[in-house]
Write a protein that binds this ligand. Structure first.
Ligand code: SDX
Length: 446
């Protein structure tokens, strides 16, 4: 980790009137520059005017993994990491969760406002009538190894869908773009369910047009056969839908950045979504919920918690489900998920891993090592416990994250496409490699 920045020594600034600009003196040339401050930021290309000589390229800003760099202006999701605030299009997550279902929130993210009665009816129709997959996709999915990880199947299937809808390349045709948005949101539960059924060697169950979004997923996964009646438990469907609301978007996270970056090259939305899902698969991102359960199962009893804490503090492992780049105390989603747990356990019975998780949280948040590093439970810490109680296998957990995040990825992708300030993503670098050198004469071809 680079040495933390030393706070600049207080020195008497040159006599200036208060304004919204940085006044920079370049110590190499003693030249002065004024860089405007807007939206609490400076426009990084303004630094290029600061040169040590006429031939100098000009100053770059260096920010590995963008810890302090805004890549875009966005009106979709607002997070205040210190205050533990999360809002979708201005609505607090606490108000949306439980009062609006996932498809209403997906509409909000993509269109910027909650749907009226007619808009919702049209939206539901468009999503409902795009849930089916082309029969060739089934054949494509059948060829995966029997124990293929469902996230690997999802990433490949999303990319494969781009070959079924070549008109998706017309990304600036509004109607065609909306149709791909409908298709991607609609087909995520079907792809997820087919991947699950493939992994247990059972026939695929097709989506029903008379089931809700989360309900359909549960039915396609757990219905014994097409001829047997099966109605998912309404409490579990409602709880899953609420979890989908919580996972729908989260501003410029790793997978959204992947969606925006691939989209900036004007790739079609299926290919962009495959890249986003691939990023989400990482254990530091959406794959963490799967790792949390594996960690809690390894701990097994409260008595083993001190050993885990010691390993983490020795730097030998991460406390999965803890920490966040933006939230430096509570992740509001984790608080809401904890409350959903009691509704689910009333149906499924209490998951013993919850007691270990609660004890682990209690121990960790009172330990200076975690407090100093602002490590608190994030959205992944408790979600896996609920998914496990609902009967989902552990390797399906990142898929359950990807399903709702599709609407966030698409909202961010569309915003990027329509943003006149956005161009193809192409960051600069600080070259630290070899200087000019030549192949020795003797080794050169005669
Ligand atoms: C998601 O960005 C988003 O919004 C993501 C997300 C979304 O909705 O899209 O919220 C979803 O990805 C949630 C995060 C799920 N990941 C995990 O739970 C995996 C465990 N967490 C860590 O890998 C980590 O906290 C990250 C990746 C989440 C954040 O990493 P950062 O911001 O780069 O933090 P860092 O690595 O700079 O950590 C600062 C310090 C370091 O210690 P020092 O070098 O200062 O001594 O905290 C330590 C880290 O080693 N640290 C941890 C830790 N997380 C950070 N130590 C132990 N266990 C952890 N979990």
């Amino acid at each position: 980790m680079p040495k933390r920045m030393q706070a600049p020594k207080k020195k008497t600034a040159p006599l200036l009137k208060k304004d919204h600009a940085l006044h920079i003196v370049d110590g190499r040339t003693l030249k002065e520059y004024t860089v405007p401050i807007q939206h609490g930021s400076i426009h990084a290309p303004d630094l290029r005017q600061i040169r040590a000589s006429e031939t100098d390229f000009g100053l770059l800003s260096y920010d590995p993994s963008f810890q302090n760099t805004a890549s875009c202006k966005s009106g979709i999701t607002f997070i205040d990491g210190n205050a533990g605030i999360l809002r979708y299009r201005g609505y607090p997550i606490e108000e949306l969760a439980g009062n609006r279902n996932y498809l209403e929130v997906a509409y909000l993210l993509i269109n910027g406002r909650l749907p009226g009665k007619n808009q919702l009816a049209e939206w539901l129709h468009n999503i409902t009538y795009h849930t089916m997959l082309h029969e060739n996709i089934k054949k494509f999915m059948d060829d995966f190894h029997h124990d293929a990880h469902p996230m690997g199947m999802l990433v490949c299937t999303l990319a494969g869908l781009s070959t079924f809808y070549p008109e998706a390349k017309a990304i600036f045709d509004t109607d065609l773009r909306q149709r791909q948005i409908h298709r991607l949101i609609a087909k995520m539960p079907t792809i997820a369910a087919f991947a699950y059924r493939h992994s247990i060697g059972m026939a695929y169950i097709y989506p029903s047009n008379d089931l809700g979004y989360a309900e359909n997923l549960l039915a396609m996964m757990h219905r014994p056969s097409w001829t047997t009646d099966y109605t998912p438990d309404p409490v579990l469907s409602k709880a899953l839908d609420l979890l989908f609301v919580l996972h729908a978007d989260h501003e410029q996270n790793c997978s959204t950045e992947a969606m925006r970056t691939v989209g900036s090259a004007h790739a079609d939305p299926y290919t962009c979504a495959a890249a986003a899902a691939a990023a989400l698969y990482g254990p530091l991102h959406g794959g963490a919920n799967e790792q949390v359960i594996r960690m809690l199962k390894e701990v097994r009893t409260k008595e083993n918690i001190p050993k885990l804490i010691r390993q983490v503090k020795a730097g030998r492992r991460l406390l999965m489900g803890f920490g966040h780049r933006i939230y430096k105390n509570r992740d509001p989603r984790a608080e809401i998920i904890k409350k959903v747990a009691s509704d689910v356990f009333a149906v499924t019975g209490r998951n013993p891993l919850l007691d270990i998780a609660l004890e682990l949280e209690k121990v960790a948040i009172s330990d200076d090592y975690f407090i100093k590093r602002h490590l608190y439970p994030n959205v992944d810490f408790y979600s896996g416990i609920i998914y496990q109680s609902m009967g989902f296998p552990v390797d399906m957990f990142p898929v359950l994250f990807a399903i709702p995040r599709m609407s966030g990825w698409l909202a961010q992708w569309q915003e990027m496409l329509l943003d006149p300030e956005q161009r193809i993503t192409r960051p600069r670098q600080l070259y630290v490699g070899s200087r000019l050198r030549h192949i020795p004469e003797a080794e050169q071809p005669s």
